[in-house]
Write a protein that binds this ligand. Structure first.
Ligand code: GEK
Length: 247
């Protein structure tokens, strides 16, 4: 089992060459601490996903959690909905994440139907679903692949279904963006990250996490066919949107 308090110290010592960030066993071990200290609003977003499911999900419908990491989305839904209310499939590229997600779900929510598949979300065939969640995952796909994935997911959603997309974003105005990034670094400092950790993590994520603008996300979702897109959450340069498919 992952120890949720195991501290992220991956970039706490000087590295000769900062390798590109990857979701390996070292990251998995400290992942709950990392996301809590690095993603503003992460806990609130998870909490709201359960409420969105309660409100919008047809009873018994299937849910996808894409880029599920340790399976936090499934556990959040299981915290609010009964085992017969939904069935969830989590998909992640990282074998280490999937192994731990399976173990945690079996221990913490044995009654709920949560299953986990190792795979690339760009290459999956998708079954009909009532809700699809991409909680800080699309940002890790090469930008050229993003339109096709969203189009595929729109096709897999049942009429009346929702897609929830949470992302790190970039503001189109340079000055506004610089301010948001600086305040985000203040947020990380306040959460105990040192200057060296902030700067080395930034280097490691270059070209790995490529953020879009909020306008870019809305445009992509609308082009895929979603009738309505609402940004329901923003905290600095992190946002979450819900996109509705007409019933
Ligand atoms: C949470 N949603 O805790 N196919 C499948 N998975 C991928 C791909 C891909 N092509 N690319 C990256 N990933 C989670 C947090 S983390 C966000 C999501 C973060 C996976 C990758 O292996 C990692 O587990 C996840 O996307 C992104 O609510 O670390 O900032």
């Amino acid at each position: 089992m992952i120890d949720a308090s195991y501290r992220d110290a991956i970039f706490s010592t000087p590295l000769d060459r900062v390798a590109s960030f990857s979701f390996d066993e070292r990251v998995v071990a400290c992942f709950p601490d990392m996301v809590r200290r690095s993603i503003p609003g992460y806990g609130q977003i998870l909490g709201m996903l359960g409420l969105l499911a309660e409100r919008h999900l047809r009873h018994g419908a299937h849910v996808y959690d894409l880029g599920c990491s340790l399976g936090a989305v499934g556990l959040a839904l299981a915290g609010r909905l009964s085992p017969d209310a939904f069935e969830l499939t989590g998909i992640d590229l990282s074998p280490a994440m999937i192994a731990h997600a399976r173990e945690t779900a079996a221990t913490e929510s044995p009654e709920h139907r949560l299953s986990f598949v190792e795979g690339d979300i760009r290459q999956q065939g998708y079954r009909d679903s009532g809700m699809i969640v991409l909680n800080f995952t699309l940002q890790f796909l090469p930008p050229v692949d993003r339109d096709a994935v969203i189009a595929k997911l729109f096709a897999a959603l049942e009429p009346g279904g929702i897609l929830v997309l949470s992302e790190k974003i970039v503001a189109p105005d340079e000055q506004e963006n610089a301010w948001l990034v600086e305040r985000y670094h203040d947020f990380k400092r306040a959460n105990g990250y040192s200057e060296m950790e902030i700067s080395q993590k930034r280097t490691a994520l270059e070209n790995v996490l490529v953020p879009d603008t909020l306008e870019g996300h809305h445009g992509r979702l609308e082009s895929a066919g979603f009738s309505r897109v609402t940004t329901w959450f923003q905290y600095l340069n992190f946002a979450s949107m819900v996109a509705f498919k007409d019933a």
